[in-house]
Design a protein around this ligand. Structure first.
Ligand code: BUP
Length: 464
């Protein structure tokens, strides 16, 4: 009976890296834990077909109501020189005006939001949002630790991060080389999130004890975190997409892809994707094409038109009319790799690809969702971080033996084709690839155990 069910509101900022795991969390609350969930979605600055598609899926359970907050009129506030992060903050801030009326008109037991929405909660007065608020932190425990540590670090360097010459020592984490710090930290954009996080009722983290034991323990034991004090941290992961989604548009291209994979030998195909924001330079795109070709291995490459230097991510509007790879990939490459490789230019059914038995490896930008999906399906990785916390994620993968990392040669701007050829061969047929695969499978098992251990149920019971 709907009326008797506890009501949880899930609030998501735009972007597939947030919407995907928050929606998955919402589904779990409805399907496995008997909640009624309102999913408040903030429309992206420009309509994102992949996001719309995900939220309109006919497969969503009846007790999960997706509600689009009205599209904000932000064009006057947005300036061209603003980075992705600042633009996102403006869009979220504007949309959140609609949150208090929603909470007032409905009886709500708990509110779960991502960190970007939380950062904008300063627009509310104390009594505007009186329901217990939880954050679903859609990244690693290490990034959460860094987020908590940031105000301290900021004070130490008096806001000038160029003062840090080598590494940052975040409590509970391995020393973090300064070059791996995320760009948004360097320009102090994460500080509002850091300042708000300690005020929430709890933090749900998309990780599990065996993946990040040291940092998770440090949240409970390290004086630094006990002093702040930080709210309870609940590792509820891995929360990843589990059921195949219906294809975004041309379902035939997805069907073609899967039926092509069906014909390939088991563990023989490398899946290449740089996430929703990742694009390569023209030079790097050519080197990658050549490396893939010369490796002689089968591949599926989610390719995007090249774009120069984009340190902070240049958000590909997932599922848009996309540029035909013929316009930027050499014709010879396409002819020579026909039957061996597939180039996809639209949104790929990543979850279906990764779970496919033909997949041998994942060349990934190391977005947190992508790496969790890879672990959940036992796929070894080639780590190719691009921006945000991806460099931290890549470092973790390498240290844990779950990925190899192609190196940019001395004095080079890009990863050369021979390096790419080498790592692709290594992951598919090399000895190191086999070692990584068995290591990933250990974590796949631990992911499964964590998923089944009911940690989400423990937190969620407080909301009933
Ligand atoms: Br691209 C792509 N199909 O073609 P991450 C991505 N995805 O299903 P983010 C597809 O989007 P940042 C595609 O499975 C994952 O769930 C993918 O999330 C899905 O990276 C999600 O991996 C992407 O966290 O960058 O959001 O692109 O690192 O900034 O979170």
């Amino acid at each position: 009976d709907d009326d008797k069910k506890a009501h949880v509101v899930v609030l998501a900022s735009p972007g597939m890296g947030h919407v995907t795991p928050l929606l998955e969390l919402a589904k779990t609350l409805v399907l496995h834990l008997g909640f009624h969930v309102s999913f408040l979605a903030i429309p992206a600055e420009e309509a994102s077909p992949a996001q719309i598609h995900l939220l309109r899926s006919p497969n969503l359970p009846p007790d999960l109501h997706v509600i689009d907050l009205p599209r904000a009129h932000v064009s006057s506030t947005l300036r061209h020189d603003m980075g992705v992060f600042s633009r996102l903050c403006v869009v979220v801030r504007e949309a959140l005006r609609f949150l208090p009326p929603f909470l007032n008109q409905n009886s709500v037991n708990a509110l779960i939001t991502d960190p970007f929405c939380l950062a904008a909660f300063d627009i509310f007065d104390d009594d505007d949002v009186s329901v217990p608020t939880y954050v679903f932190f859609t990244s690693s425990a290490s990034l959460l630790a860094l987020t908590f540590y940031l105000p301290t670090l900021d004070e130490m360097v008096v806001g000038d991060y160029s003062k840090i010459s080598d590494e940052v020592r975040v409590p509970g984490c391995k020393p973090l080389p300064v070059e791996d710090l995320i760009n948004d930290v360097l320009d102090r954009q994460v500080l509002p999130i850091s300042n708000r996080l300690p005020t929430v009722a709890g933090i749900l983290l998309n990780t599990w004890e065996e993946l990040e034991p040291v940092t998770l323990r440090s949240f409970r034991e390290t004086p630094f975190f006990l002093q702040i004090p930080i709210p309870p941290v609940y590792p509820i992961g891995p929360i990843t997409k589990r059921d195949p989604e219906p294809a975004v548009k041309s379902s035939t291209s997805h069907a073609n892809l899967i039926s092509w994979l069906d014909k390939q030998p088991s563990c023989s195909v490398v899946y290449v994707s740089f996430g929703s924001g990742g694009t390569l330079s023209a030079e790097q795109t050519n080197e990658l094409a050549r490396g893939l070709e010369l490796s002689g291995q089968r591949f599926v490459w989610v390719a995007r038109p090249p774009a120069e230097a984009n340190a902070s991510g240049n958000f590909f509007n997932a599922g848009d009319e996309v540029e035909d790879p013929a316009t930027y990939l050499e014709q010879g490459f396409r002819d020579r790799t026909e039957g061996v490789g597939m180039v996809i230019s639209s949104w790929a059914p990543q979850e279906e690809v990764l779970r496919h038995p033909s997949i041998a490896g994942f060349l990934t930008h190391c977005g947190w969702n992508s790496l969790l999906e890879s672990i959940v399906y036992g796929v070894p990785m080639i780590a190719w971080p691009m921006y945000n916390e991806q460099r931290m994620n890549a470092r973790m993968l390498i240290e844990m033996g779950l990925a190899v990392k192609p190196e940019v040669g001395e004095g080079k701007r890009v990863v050369g084709w021979s390096e790419i050829e080498k790592v692709v061969r290594m992951i598919v047929e090399g000895e190191q690839g086999m070692l990584i695969r068995s290591r990933v499978r250990e974590f796949q098992n631990s992911a499964l155990r964590a998923f089944n251990n009911g940690s989400l149920a423990c937190v969620a019971n407080q909301w009933k």
